[in-house]
Design a protein around this ligand. Structure first.
Ligand code: ZN
Length: 113
């Protein structure tokens, strides 16, 4: 389950930031997860419950913001929404698409004390 290592990575980032910015506790973490990132939200929440106790993020709230996948359609000459890789364009059903959004997993915001 790679979500567990993702959670560990998030914690590592929080610990690094806490030293830089001098905070001791993380109350909430807002994460942006792209629809195309391959991250399972339930597994991520489960992983967070597993790794966050006994850390500076113990009891913190994980706030997950889903970002839809998007791609440039060469036929429509426009950006369209896609649910997954290799989906056809929802407008023209074409396949000349170049993914340009929704692949990210990043920490968007932190509430700390
Ligand atoms: Zn199209």
């Amino acid at each position: 389950m790679h979500e567990l290592s993702l959670c560990q990575g998030i914690l590592d980032t929080l610990e690094t930031e806490s030293r830089k910015q001098n905070f001791h506790r993380v109350r909430s973490v807002q994460l942006e997860i792209g629809a195309l990132s391959g991250v399972d939200e339930e597994a991520l929440r489960f992983g967070w419950e597993a790794v966050s106790p006994a850390t500076l993020a113990a009891g913190s709230v994980l706030d997950i913001v889903r970002i839809p996948g998007s791609a440039w359609c060469f036929d429509c000459q426009d950006t369209v929404q896609v649910e997954q890789y290799y989906d056809p364009c929802p407008r023209c059903q074409g396949h000349k698409l170049q993914v340009n959004g929704g692949e990210q997993l990043k920490i968007k915001q932190l509430e700390v004390e």
